[in-house]
Design a protein around this ligand. Sequence first.
Ligand code: GNR
Ligand code: NI
Length: 171
Amino acid sequence: MAIKPIVFIPDPVLRQVATPVEDVNAGIRSLMDDMLDTMYDAPGIGLAAPQIGISKRVIVMDCSDDDEADAPLKMANPEIITLSDASQTMEEGCLSIPGHHGEVTRPNGVTVRYLDENNEPRELTCEGLLAVCIQHEIDHLNGVLFIDYLSRLKRDMIVRKMTKDARGQKG
Ligand code: GNR
Ligand code: NI
């Protein structure tokens, strides 16, 4: 178990289409645990492997309330099977775009198929915050970020600011 550094835009790994996992073996289980450590430390409610620089189709989430027991979810090769017709709008943020937020409208309900940490195929149907989170994480696996749903003006402002900040860090 280890906390890994989170990569920020404009790192190109965040725009790559991630590679499917062949099977969920000890290496992938260890990656999932490192991702959960990193997510809880941040803190965040979800994390995709590209956000720690690893272009594999692995995501973790925990949308439990602070006063509830932890409810970690670990998924490899998640695939959306159905999306509801009804939509919901939520204020989204992203650990790879710290300090920036924006309203995104997405389907309110989703069913996903995935491999769990024991390489077993599973399906999960959910709505609300977890449904938003799953869609946000699967977007990461396809190189898509929440800023892609904002107006071009707002997106460009965020990208310009983050690019400038990254230059500053390199000196
Ligand atoms: O921690 C996170 N919060 C969040 C809030 C609204 C919609 C999506 C998210 S996911 C985000 C963590 C993250 O960047 N996951 O990729
Ligand atoms: Ni994100």
